[in-house]
Write a protein that binds this ligand. Structure first.
Ligand SMILES: [Mg+2]
Length: 283
């Protein structure tokens, strides 16, 4: 079976497996970003196991969709998704943040990990990189999407809005930005730190087609993403409403888990919560 053919139920189970991998990676590494990585795991599952045009056996296929993880600290969810999709062995996930590992705390091109399109981590830069790739694709008449995952706190960076303006100026309809709208950032609620609302109106005023959905509902995210493909010549943004640590009830929406890692007991507890919520086996 091709990975694109997975049912919603199978995708839900895949998302749980990816979340458990994230927990295990962070537990072993004893550092990293948990809440955000798990909060977007449903989106990453929908992308890598249903929506994206990509081939783990040919990571450099020239027609592949390009994924730019602008919120580079969410690297664990990217690494786990790539491994589960077959880009490299799942066992390598346990090398996260180790000296000499290809899986550093933020994605880096010079680590030569298959499936990584660009280095990232300095927030606010990914959308500009995506504009460059999208412009190149347009001029060369290449037909693929450039998908950028942005944190919502990251939207407070001015460079995001310079890129947003450029994408409209150049009619970059091959761009899809996905905003992880969990309403929290490292220091608390986004609206208290630096107000983002009315967020959809801001993107619209910059000339983007705006879509909104529940980013923790795989079926809804998939149908929303597909709707972007029937859209106009504008760049597209999906404001995906998510909850940090979604699926782990005891810490869901708790921003203090932005950069904390589970100890042995918490690893067992969180894994149990993920599995019991969805009634699956940890295969
Ligand atoms: Mg956030």
């Amino acid at each position: 079976m091709k990975i694109r053919d997975l049912s919603i139920q199978a995708l839900t189970q895949k998302a749980i497996q990816i979340k458990i991998s994230i927990l295990e990676m962070l537990h072993t590494a004893k550092s990293g970003h948990l809440g955000g990585s798990i909060g977007v795991a449903d989106i990453f599952t929908a992308l890598y196991f249903h929506l994206l045009h990509h081939n783990p056996n040919h990571p450099q296929d020239k027609n592949r969709d390009r994924v730019i993880l602008s919120a580079g600290h969410l690297a664990p969810v990217l690494y786990a998704s790539l491994a589960h999709a077959g880009y490299f062995e799942i066992a390598e996930l346990q090398s996260l943040r180790k000296l000499g590992s290809r899986l550093q705390g933020h994605p880096a091109l010079n680590n030569h990990l298959p499936g990584i399109e660009t280095s990232s981590g300095s927030l606010g830069q990914g959308l500009s990189i995506a504009v460059g790739i999208a412009l190149s694709a347009k001029y060369k008449k290449e037909n693929y999407n450039i998908v950028t995952i942005l944190g919502d706190g990251e939207l407070q960076e001015g460079s995001i809005w310079e890129a947003a303006m450029s994408a409209t100026h150049y009619n970059l309809s091959n761009m899809i930005a996905i905003v992880d709208r969990n309403r929290v950032q490292i220091d608390g609620n986004t609206e208290n730190v630096m107000m983002l609302e009315p967020l959809a109106d801001k993107w619209k005023s910059f000339g983007w087609d705006v879509f909104e959905c529940n980013g923790n509902n795989i079926e809804e995210f998939i149908s929303t993403y597909k709707r972007t493909q029937q859209s106009t010549q504008k760049p597209k943004v999906i404001i995906a409403n998510t909850k940090m640590s979604f699926g782990i009830k005891s810490i869901e929406d708790d921003y203090t888990w932005h950069g904390k890692v589970p100890n042995k007991e918490q690893l067992a507890q969180f894994t149990k919560e993920l599995i019991s919520k969805n009634n699956i086996s940890n295969e």
